[in-house]
Design a protein around this ligand. Structure first.
Ligand SMILES: [Zn+2]
Ligand SMILES: [Zn+2]
Length: 95
């Protein structure tokens, strides 16, 4: 376990984070209750999470990018709730 952090888009993140965020862009869908949904891009949420003011406070995605899976801002495309907090059945690789 390392506490090393770099500054990325004004956020303190692990050194591997830019690559993690990049990889997240390739995952355009998420499977909820056995149905594949298009993931919700930062700025497409029903609520205003600050996409017009800067990167996501949790995962540093910018407007129009996908959040890193597990980000506490990402919405569930099935129920519009918090992706990491809703009650939908999600595929295990979605974390
Ligand atoms: Zn995010
Ligand atoms: Zn849900």
């Amino acid at each position: 376990m390392t506490e090393e952090r770099i500054i990325f888009r004004g956020r303190r993140v692990p050194p591997s984070w830019p690559a993690t965020l990049e990889a997240a862009q390739a995952r355009k869908t998420t499977v909820v209750d056995g149905i594949a949904y298009e993931r919700v891009r930062f700025g497409d949420e029903e609520d205003d999470w600050g996409a017009d003011r800067g990167p996501c406070h949790d995962c540093a995605a910018v407007k129009g990018e996908f959040h890193v899976p597990g980000c506490d801002v990402e919405r569930c495309p099935a129920c519009a709730g918090q992706a990491i907090g809703c009650d939908c059945e999600r595929a295990s690789e979605d974390g």
